[in-house]
Ligand binder design. Structure first.
Ligand code: NAD
Length: 482
């Protein structure tokens, strides 16, 4: 199967007619091809999006009333649910994720579309008190064309939170999915066309980040860039956008800590802690990848968590086990390299999961690994691994826990497990993170909850109502009437 770009509600051959193989991570074999987009394809897509907006917000998409826009988004959510199984199969094959994870992702995407559909007619400006004789009001206007660079770990969910919010705010979108995960996004654009989105409201250009992605960040017609991915690429994209005064939301990596105190309810905590690093084979920006445990329960937690890790099985996505393969050969080599380096440095493995015998030797499988007594300054404790690898370390008191938790460049999510409510709140205020969970941990979950990072985890917020503000331009109108 050869996929083309999807621009202006039609499949379009790429400018250079070149393609990229789509590899099944469970077998390492190609099974389809996508178009290798370039700057000309991006320009065509931006043009289609501009036509949907029109020069004076009179294009077929921009002139829809808020209610009509909301109804289309509600219909889109329903269409996603109707096609959820197909979408999940497509994304599981493309990214290697276990089928159950892909099914959840399709359901969460539908939920994002419903949520933002419900927001369309509630997004409004204000009237402001000002000098006598004036009435001052603010209006929230669409930016115009927004660009969305999407990674391969949760393509459908990230499409939902970023494209869903931007459409709700009235913009037209150009999407550049990851080269390793374009198929569900292409299908989503086609579904939107089928249910009546005007041509140009949603456009998808596939291809490499360094080509199509870079061209999207640099295109003068794009008024906002939303990027999710690595910290290094995020800096590149943010710089390119800033050079032409284009705002960006950067949702980057993490090395998120979970803090377990002696008084924690371990029966509640341990399944959640395990899931937060194993979900999607650890390829989650908000994965809870560091586990900080108070010394009084440290050995107990190791013993109980080790039993759980040893039972974890990795295998082909179609087998729907605890973990699918990693997304590609590069990620596989990187994760294995970090694990091997940690072992060579003498960091102790407390437990390891298994790769099932049915797994192909050419697939990109990595078993879950639990490391103990990890030195806080080691690579394993500082770098985002993006694999099912958990780094445990002990602490004595609250002050040490906070110091360790805040002691990386990242600041995306943190979890605190304690029965002491005051301590939970006290720590929530001290932890450097965009989200703090007390006695739970949502690895990215909750469409209603604003999400994003501090420090090298990025800036700006996606999800929740907050995200809508980033996709609008606020205009102040001051009327002097005497
Ligand atoms: P990446 O950041 O390079 O890719 C993410 C997206 O950016 C893809 O769509 C890619 O095509 C695009 N891109 C790449 N280079 C670009 C450029 N110069 N200009 C514009 N767009 C560009 O991530 P990767 O190389 O696929 O993965 C490397 C590491 O990134 C992983 O090991 C992981 O640590 C991290 N990562 C984080 C997330 C997250 O959700 N925070 C997602 C994916 C990867």
């Amino acid at each position: 199967m050869e996929y083309r770009h999807f621009i202006g509600n039609a499949w379009k051959a790429g400018d250079n007619r070149e393609s990229l193989d789509v590899i099944d991570p469970s077998t390492g074999e190609p099974f389809a091809a996508i178009a290798r987009g370039n700057a000309a394809d991006i320009a065509t897509a931006v043009n289609a999006a501009r036509n949907a907006m029109g020069d004076a917000l009179d294009g077929p998409w921009a002139k829809l009333s808020p209610v009509e826009r909301a109804n289309l988004l509600f219909a889109y959510a329903a269409a996603v649910l109707n096609n959820a199984d197909e979408l999940a199969q497509l994304e599981a094959r493309d990214t290697g994720k276990a089928l159950k994870t892909a099914r959840t992702d399709a359901a969460v995407l539908a939920r994002y579309l419903q949520y933002y559909a419900g927001c369309v007619d509630k997004l409004h400006g204000e009237t402001l008190p000002y000098t006598t004789g004036f009435t001052v009001l603010t209006v929230r206007e669409p930016i115009g064309v927004t660009g969305h660079i999407i990674p391969w770990n949760y393509p459908m969910q990230i499409y939902g939170r970023s494209v869903g919010a931007s459409l709700a705010a009235g913009n037209a979108c150009v999407v550049k999915p990851a080269e390793d995960a374009s198929l569900s996004i292409l299908r989503l654009a086609e579904i939107a066309a089928d249910i009546g989105f005007p041509a140009g409201a949603i456009n998808v250009v596939t291809g490499l980040g360094s080509e199509a992605g870079a061209a999207l960040s640099a295109n003068e017609g794009v008024g906002h860039i939303s990027f999710t991915g690595s910290t290094a690429t995020g800096a590149l994209v943010g710089r390119t956008a800033a050079e032409r005064h284009c705002p960006s939301v950067l949702e980057l990596g993490g090395k998120s800590p979970q803090l377990v105190f002696d008084d924690a309810d371990l029966d509640e905590a341990l399944p959640v802690i395990q899931n937060a690093i194993v979900q999607n084979a650890g390829q989650t920006c908000s994965a809870g990848s560091r586990l900080l445990v108070q010394r009084g329960v440290y050995e107990t937690v190791i013993e109980r968590l080790a039993q759980r890790f040893e039972a974890l099985r990795a295998g082909p996505s179609a087998m729907d086990l605890d973990l699918g393969p990693l997304v590609n050969a590069k990620q596989h080599a990187r994760v294995r390299g970090i694990v091997e380096q940690a072992e060579a440095e003498g960091i102790r493995v407390a437990a390891r999961g298994k790769i099932v015998v049915e797994a192909s030797r050419n697939g990109f499988f990595q078993e879950a690994v639990l490391f103990r007594d990890v030195p806080p300054q080691s690579r394993l404790a500082q770098e985002e691994v993006f694999g099912p690898v958990l780094a445990m370390m002990p602490f004595d008191d609250e002050a040490e826990a906070v110091k360790l938790a805040n002691g990386t460049n990242y600041g995306l999510v943190a979890g605190v497990w304690t029965r002491d409510g005051s301590r939970g709140l006290r720590l929530a205020r001290k932890l450097q993170a965009g989200q703090v969970f007390i006695n739970n941990y949502g690895a990215g979950g909750g469409v209603e909850l604003p999400f994003g990072g501090v420090k090298a985890s990025g800036h700006g917020r996606e999800k929740g109502f907050e995200a809508l503000y980033g996709f609008t331009s606020l205009k102040t109108i001051a009327i002097r009437h005497g």
